[in-house]
Design a protein around this ligand. Sequence first.
Ligand code: TYD
Length: 222
Amino acid sequence: MTESSSTPGPHGLFVSFEGGDGAGKSTQARLLGDWLRSLGREVVLTREPGGTELGVELRSAVLHGDHVDARTEALIYATDRAHHVATVVRPALARGAVVVTDRYLDSSVAYQGSGRDLGADEVERLSLWAVDGLLPALTVLLDLDPVAGRARLTGEPDRLERAGDEFHRRTREAFLGRAAAEPGRWLVLDATRPVEELSLAIRERVEALVGTARSTAAGGAA
Ligand code: TYD
């Protein structure tokens, strides 16, 4: 474990979005990215699973392939994450970019650890090993009742979306529990609030961190 949550990279800033399906993570990630770019920052907008070429194949296998058991599922997400962090996230942080990811390891802890009952601690250890300890400086949880989230979805449900209400209730509780245990890293927002309001709340929290990342970069260059 070489990184702590407050030092995501030499100069970059690492932000993740978490929450159930249909909570509006990708919309908020995009709005945050647009705003950061308007401030002149390089932004890498990415996602898990599927933030790399290999990840696209793993995403398709885990979401739309044949049935896999829970441990295999956890290992596929961990593989996707290891490759994503090694080839996209760390290089971007090293050159000072802001990395905004739609899902990260808290999804594995919630979905595979609690949803699939593999155990939150074990799945967290697996994920942390996969990424050599890299945690976001900020994780935004868009919290939503899974039944309301399902109603917002369009298209054919994938394997995880078909996992049932009880599964999704457990994942929601797991996200909330993790957020409550580590409030410094998390921002919990009610996903039923208007898009613009949520976006402002997220900016407010990121603003302070961007300032910190900037002064670190300036200090490093001096
Ligand atoms: P997502 O990309 O958010 O789905 P969509 O594009 O359909 O909105 O995530 C795909 C699914 O994978 C989602 O149901 C959550 C699940 N998932 C896990 O179970 N574990 C993980 O580690 C990750 C990253 C996602």
